[in-house]
Design a protein around this ligand. Structure first.
Ligand code: IMP
Length: 210
């Protein structure tokens, strides 16, 4: 800890997520990146729920680094597919995601959802993005929050912004897919934005008392 700033490790290698956290959370925090820790052992996301995965990563990395650690897990839940892709969102087409082929895998995952949903009528196309966040110290879970964005699965890809399933996730109230929103518009309404917003007051309170 330096100058009343609390060091918190963000358990992600995605620089976009750290940027998003910095932008959304005004609390006095020195955010650290997992890439700053050379040979840290990777923790597998093999839980059955988003919150289980976030908790597993936060507590695991907090124990191995001795730092408060914030972890997230997120994905797409489609009612007509019994909740799938769910925790398998990143690897729904069967391939493990690596940074290099992220766009290709995103397209294959989308193709898989569209194929499985091809005969689903309009009223059976409800879906949601879910994001679970967990902040843990090396000895216990400190905060858990969640954010949800409700929408519908389109029949085809529309829009080029964002990542993952954004081009097939339609927001009826905006008459656009998430891939047609600017990053600022997305952050304001997204599951991740909401989970971060829910975290902010709890984190401020925790920092006041620690
Ligand atoms: P993770 O939480 O970064 O592991 O995300 C898991 C997977 O869920 C991603 O690879 C995407 O396929 C999907 N996903 C999570 N959040 C979003 C989003 O905001 N838009 C589109 N897809 C998402």
């Amino acid at each position: 800890m330096t100058d009343n700033m609390r060091d918190i490790l963000v358990a992600t290698t995605n620089p976009g997520k750290i940027k998003e956290l910095r932008a959304c959370l005004s609390a006095k925090v020195n955010w650290l990146n997992i890439a700053d820790f050379g040979n840290i052992v990777e923790i597998e996301e093999d839980g059955d729920t988003f919150s289980e995965n976030a908790r597993k990563k936060a507590t695991g990395y907090a124990k191995s680094t001795g730092l408060w650690t914030l972890a997230d897990d997120s994905g797409l839940v489609v009612d007509a597919l019994g909740g799938e892709p769910g925790v398998k969102s990143a690897r729904f087409s069967g391939e493990k995601l690596t940074c290099k082929d992220r766009t290709l895998i995103d397209h294959r995952n989308i193709a898989m959802v569209l194929k499985l949903m091809k005969d689903a009528p309009e009223e059976k196309r409800a879906a949601r993005f879910v994001c679970s966040l967990c902040l843990a110290s090396p000895i216990k879970v400190l905060i858990e929050t969640q954010g949800i964005l409700e929408g519908r699965i389109t029949m085809e890809e529309i829009g080029t912004n964002g990542f993952g399933y954004d081009p097939i996730f339609y927001l009826p109230h905006l008459k656009k897919t998430v891939a047609q929103l600017t990053p600022e518009e997305k952050n304001k309404i997204s599951h991740r934005g909401k989970a971060i917003k829910n975290l902010e007051p709890l984190l401020k309170e925790l920092l006041k008392n620690s």
